[in-house]
Design a protein around this ligand. Structure first.
Ligand code: ATP
Length: 206
């Protein structure tokens, strides 16, 4: 199996790259999705969060109220660490489970927004960083996603910058032009760096 870590700032185009890689044959593990799954209603993770932060972090349906939880851990370092001690090991375990379920010759792409911040780069065979100018990301987040501009700026400021992400990258995909241009770059990455691996793995049956 080839483990590919995919990251980039908010609104850089990670999902667009991931979707193209899936079309080409990769198996996707979306860290945001796994993070939601491990705190879904009825999960052990959610029970632990309620034990730690009380049921004021639940909404009327008993699901996790992310805004309420965010307000509790925002600007409270100890609370944030307590939350991460509950969620991170569960996300890691579930990701390992999903990886183990993939075929031995699979190319598994793990889309992890905070891959660099959390120090996960060494756990992948290849780290792909999507890099997009901040102005373009702000434009896409506000225009296409309806995100509030101040909120988008705040989120961008809370993440690592592109220079830090680039330092951890094996491959940098720049997404400042059209989606067609991004797809062409992903196709080239697949042909040159990923597909040869798949063939090798198949031939060696490892
Ligand atoms: P997040 O960090 O929030 O998960 P992301 O990095 O996954 O974001 P995407 O959702 O892939 O980013 O892209 C953000 C928005 O910009 C989406 O609406 C997407 O369709 C659009 N987009 C991505 N790349 C391009 C492009 N080259 N041209 C035009 N729109 C694009």
């Amino acid at each position: 199996m080839l483990r590919v870590g995919l990251t980039g700032g908010i609104g850089s185009g990670k999902s667009a790259v991931a979707a193209r890689l899936v079309e080409l044959g990769a198996v996707l593990i979306d860290a945001d999705r796994v993070a939601r799954e491990v705190v879904a209603p009825g999960s052990e993770g959610l029970a632990e969060i309620v034990a730690a932060f009380s049921d004021r972090v639940l909404d009327a349906d008993g699901a996790l109220d992310r805004a309420a939880l965010g307000a509790v851990v925002f600007a409270d370092e100890a609370a944030r660490r307590r939350l991460e001690a509950i969620t991170h090991p569960r996300v890691r375990a579930r990701t390992a489970e999903l990886m183990a379920a993939a075929a031995p010759d699979a190319i598994v792409v793990n889309d992890v927004p905070l891959l660099v911040e959390v120090g996960l780069a060494p756990t992948y065979h290849l780290v792909v960083v999507v890099q997009t100018a901040v102005a373009t990301r702000l434009d896409r987040l506000t225009r296409l996603r309806g995100m509030d501009r101040v909120e988008a700026e705040r989120r961008i400021a809370a993440q690592a910058d592109d220079a830090r992400r680039r330092a951890a990258a094996d491959v940098v995909l720049t997404n400042d032009a059209s989606l067609g241009a991004l797809h062409a770059a992903v196709d080239a990455l697949w042909r040159r760096r990923l597909q040869p691996y798949e063939h090798n793995l198949r031939e060696r049956r490892v």
